[in-house]
Design a protein around this ligand. Structure first.
Ligand SMILES: NC(=O)c1ccc[n+]([C@@H]2O[C@H](COP(=O)([O-])OP(=O)(O)OC[C@H]3O[C@@H](n4cnc5c(N)ncnc54)[C@H](O)[C@@H]3O)[C@@H](O)[C@H]2O)c1
Length: 326
């Protein structure tokens, strides 16, 4: 199939593009190489996509461009059967400094994708949404109809993008799905995420730093589980018009995660505590039963296995990856 992955040079989009190419699809990636973190990580993602194309039947094309440019988006969307819209300005804390940028990329950029899809024969638009749309928990784990009360401009922008996506689905009969990802991690992950920080610091003999008292809880979702959820959406229309939580097998306190990583890698180290940021969610925990019922989503990687796999990858790739995240 002809697939478009926006933000396909990024962490999640990079894995999606690579897997889709391996599955034999013709993949186009749109990415503007936003310098939010070291773009050499994104170049590496692109290399992985190209390598997959050289080894199999799929193809890989990179278009360097911006989702805020409606002409570029129109052109690419009109040539795609399914669009996986991952491009976004990520990062909760920086959104507090510069909310407008989040609005322009995450909301207007999504509207460009939706307008183009409405005007084409697009078979499905899959939006990367986020657990940050929930904000304050009234009950846990979050079911999809839990109230949405984002506590950061980032969360607000993802919620707006999601609402537009669902509205376009309703009003224009466009097949759309929004996947609310819960803290995704794995090889080539973005810097400044808890797991990459903990692993990197422990391997360098530095204590892991926990923000707040560490009793915040998270579903850490391994990238392969996220890829699998997206892949399924090439095969079924069962989730059209729906919002689905994509979370993990287990929920963990940040301080427990820090201890796990520390115990595995550097048991002699203490754990350091620093001030918590208000825009960070207190708890995220996904009820994934809707995704299981509709698309057979079954996360398989436990946090312990995932950290082990990430650490192994980190050690193997330490020479190029570590200097780019520290
Ligand atoms: N990583 C997570 O834990 C997580 C959790 C919830 C939701 N998400 C969502 O998943 C998606 C992917 O996140 P990620 O972690 O891979 O982040 P990422 O920053 O690695 O990937 C986003 C990609 O989008 C590109 N991009 C940004 N602005 C763009 C623009 N204007 N035009 C074209 N490309 C642009 C960036 O260059 C980057 O390569 C995002 O939509 C994010 O909101 C991620």
């Amino acid at each position: 199939m002809q697939l478009l992955v926006t933000g396909g040079a990024g962490f999640i989009g990079g894995h999606l593009a690579e897997h889709f190419v391996k599955d034999g699809h013709a993949v186009t990636v749109l990415d503007n190489f936003e310098p939010f973190y070291d773009t050499r990580i994104k170049e590496h993602n692109v290399e992985q996509g190209r390598a997959a194309a050289n080894e199999g039947d799929g193809s890989y094309r990179l278009v360097e461009g911006d989702v805020r440019n409606a002409t570029v988006v129109d052109d690419l969307v009109s040539n795609a059967e399914v669009v996986f819209h991952q491009a976004a300005q990520a990062g909760v804390r920086p959104s507090v400094e510069n909310p407008r940028k989040y609005d322009e990329i995450n909301v207007d950029g999504t509207l460009n994708v939706l307008d183009a899809a409405r005007d084409s024969e697009t078979e499905r638009v899959v939006l990367a949404s986020s657990s940050s749309v929930y904000g304050r928990p009234h009950s846990l784990p979050y079911e999809e109809d839990h109230p949405t009360q984002p506590v950061s401009p980032y969360g607000a922008s993802k919620l707006a993008a999601e609402r537009y996506t669902m509205a376009y689905g309703d009003v224009y009969d466009l097949p759309v799905v929004a996947l609310r990802y819960f803290t995704v991690y794995g090889p080539r992950m973005r810097p400044n995420m808890a797991i990459s920080n903990f692993v990197s610091r422990c391997l360098n003999g530095e204590p892991p730093v926990v923000y707040g008292d560490g009793t915040q809880t998270r579903d850490f979702t391994y990238i392969e589980d996220v890829v699998q959820a997206n892949r399924t959406l090439l095969l079924t229309d069962a989730a059209d018009g729906k919002v689905l939580n994509i979370g993990s097998t287990d929920n963990i306190e940040i301080r427990t995660l820090a201890r796990e990583v520390r115990n595995q890698l550097a048991p002699e180290l203490d754990i350091e505590y620093d001030e918590r940021h208000d825009a960070d969610a207190e708890h995220t925990h996904a009820d994934t039963s809707k995704a299981r019922d509709l698309i057979d989503y079954e996360p398989t990687t436990t946090i312990r296995e995932g950290v082990e796999r990430f650490t192994e990858w980190y050690r193997d790739n330490r020479d190029w990856y570590e200097p780019l995240i520290r």
